[in-house]
Structures are given as C-alpha cells and as structure tokens.
Design a binder for this molecule. Structure first.
Ligand SMILES: [Zn+2]
Length: 140
C-alpha cells in the first residue's frame, strides 16, 4: 500500500462504511461479538477515505460485522468483573446506534483528488470530500 496519512480517530455510523471487497469470510462473527460485549471495542477499524466514495474498511471487517450483528438498541448482556456487574461493552445497556471507532486514513496519492483543499497551518491540511471534513498533518 502506498504511503498513507493517519487522519484521526473517529466514531463512525456503520451505514457509512463499506466492507473491503473480496474480504474472506472466515471470521467467527458471533465469537467476536461476545468479546466486544465483554471488553468493548479496544481496537479501531482502519478505514480509507477515498474522494467521492464511501469509507472503505481496510482492517476490522469482522469487528464491523459483529457490531452490525449487535444491531440497534440496548441489549441485556452483563458481565461480572471482579465481583462488579458491568453492562455490554458495545451499547453500555443503553439505546445504541451501530457505530464503530475507526482510524481514518487518506492515501497520500488520493489527497490531491479531494474536491477542496487549503492549508490551515504549515503542516496541516483541511480536506473536504465525500461530504466529510478532514484535518490532517502533511506527510514530511
Ligand atoms: Zn449491547
């Protein structure tokens, strides 16, 4: 993969994410979901912002599927941790809209293709594309 710039960590609604094409379906999504309920999502997806295109999930497709499997709303999952009862790590036992924490990247060779770009600071770039706004550091 060509050089990529990490943009930022963001919580993104699942319906704005596209799975990586040809992603092998070997992951045990139910097992991943039970881990997410117990531990929360401690590792972000990696998603690529592409000009005039949805965000594509490069890493974490099975995590995304597991979050989809959880679905909207609260669940009644609880876990006991050191004698303390804890709610689901995904929804916290509250009304939940499916989202995933994700690291957004822009491939350096895509930067010029975004529709608008102007320099904020010497090392920062503001990019608007795909109906979204990104501020990221220029690669050296
Ligand atoms: Zn839940």
């Amino acid at each position: 993969m060509p050089p990529a710039t990490h943009v930022r960590t963001e919580t993104i609604p699942l319906d704005q994410l596209e799975p990586f094409p040809n992603n092998a379906r070997w992951g045990n999504v139910e097992l991943i979901l039970s881990s997410l309920k117990r531990n929360g999502q401690y590792r972000g997806l990696v998603v690529r912002a592409i000009p005039d295109s949805p965000l594509v999930v490069l890493a974490g497709n099975h995590t995304m599927q597991a979050l989809q499997l959880h679905g909207h709303g609260a669940c009644d999952y609880t876990a006991t941790h050191q004698g303390e009862e804890r709610p689901c790590g995904v929804c916290q036992g509250e009304d939940w809209t499916p989202t995933a924490r994700a690291e957004v990247i822009i491939r350096d060779d895509d930067v010029e293709k975004f529709s608008e770009e102007y320099v904020l600071r010497e090392d920062e770039v503001f990019v608007q594309g795909n109906g979204r706004v990104f501020i990221f550091k220029r690669s050296p």
